[in-house]
Design a protein around this ligand. Structure first.
Ligand code: FES
Length: 127
């Protein structure tokens, strides 16, 4: 079974061989401590440094490239935009905030985060 190591929090989560798992979703479900806000590639709060296993990650898409810019080349990814298919290890700054506060709709984040969290932790969500 592949394992994702969350170096900053000390957590480790395994998943079934052959699966492609969303990095932020698995972090939230297992309370691994990755900070996040929008879960849609806009804010950059969930940026994580890939310590190992880059070859097991989905290629970055346009939105992630635009949000991370040069950080992408330095080894950072957005957890909400990244799918994992094999072993990897990630770290982050536990106090990091959004790369662009303007990208966050200040009227929605708390409610959106709570809705997402409830959905991703529910038994019905099997993606
Ligand atoms: S949580 Fe906002 S970009 Fe991923």
């Amino acid at each position: 079974m592949p394992i994702i190591r969350f170096v900053t929090s000390g957590a480790a989560v395994d998943f079934a061989d052959g699966d492609d798992v969303n990095l932020l979703r698995i972090a939230i479900r297992n309370e691994c401590g990755v900070p996040y806000r929008c879960a849609s590639g806009n804010c950059g709060t969930d940026r994580v440094y890939i310590e190992s296993g880059r070859e097991n990650l989905s290629p970055p898409r346009k939105r992630e490239r635009e949000r991370l810019g040069a950080l992408l080349d330095e080894g950072w990814r957005l957890a909400c935009q990244t799918y994992v298919s094999g072993d990897c290890a990630i770290s982050w700054d536990p106090d990091q905030t959004a790369l662009d506060e303007r990208a966050i709709d200040r009227s929605l984040p708390t409610a959106v985060n709570e809705r997402l969290r409830r959905r991703w932790l529910s038994a019905e969500d099997t993606d």
